[in-house]
Design a binder for this molecule. Sequence first.
Ligand code: FE
Length: 200
Amino acid sequence: MEEEHSELSNVERRVRALETVMTQKGYIDPAALDVLIDTYQTKVGPRNGARVVARAWVDPAFRERLLRDATAAIAELGYSGRQGEHMIAVANAPGRHNVVVCTLCSCYPWPVLGLPPVWYKSAPYRSRVVRDPRGVLAEFGVTLPASTEIRVWDSTAEVRYLVIPERPTGTEGLSEDALAALVTRDSMIGTGLARAVGET
Ligand code: FE
């Protein structure tokens, strides 16, 4: 497990070194690279997870399979691969909220969420969400009733978590695609909620 963590940071170091060399030689524009990375963090990557969540909202049998064996259920939709081999789905419900962290480094379910956001990898998030999840969620704009239990799941090289946010009210008539559009990246990490209808 430790090896896998350090292997990941080794990859990150090599990527950084490559980026530096390519920038110095003028092959790449760091600003363009930032745009590309942001696209994968916020747009392309998390859309896979959003489709998984939307399917779970409309298909109770799929939801059951997802909660029983997330890796297999997610693979049904065609999403699999590195950093997604051992997925566990945790579902929010009235009175229960789930949030995901990797206290050791930045383990994250790549096949469903893409690249982790910078804050997910930051030391303050990693340490504080364990000690004070309610306070950290409030900083993300998520205020939960005091009676809501918050569970914090620590990702490792062994397991990666996907939060299934609660389906917003008033979405009974929406198509699966329209529902997926309500599922934000943060709602699948647990630092956000699914969008309400009409909220952008
Ligand atoms: Fe990690």
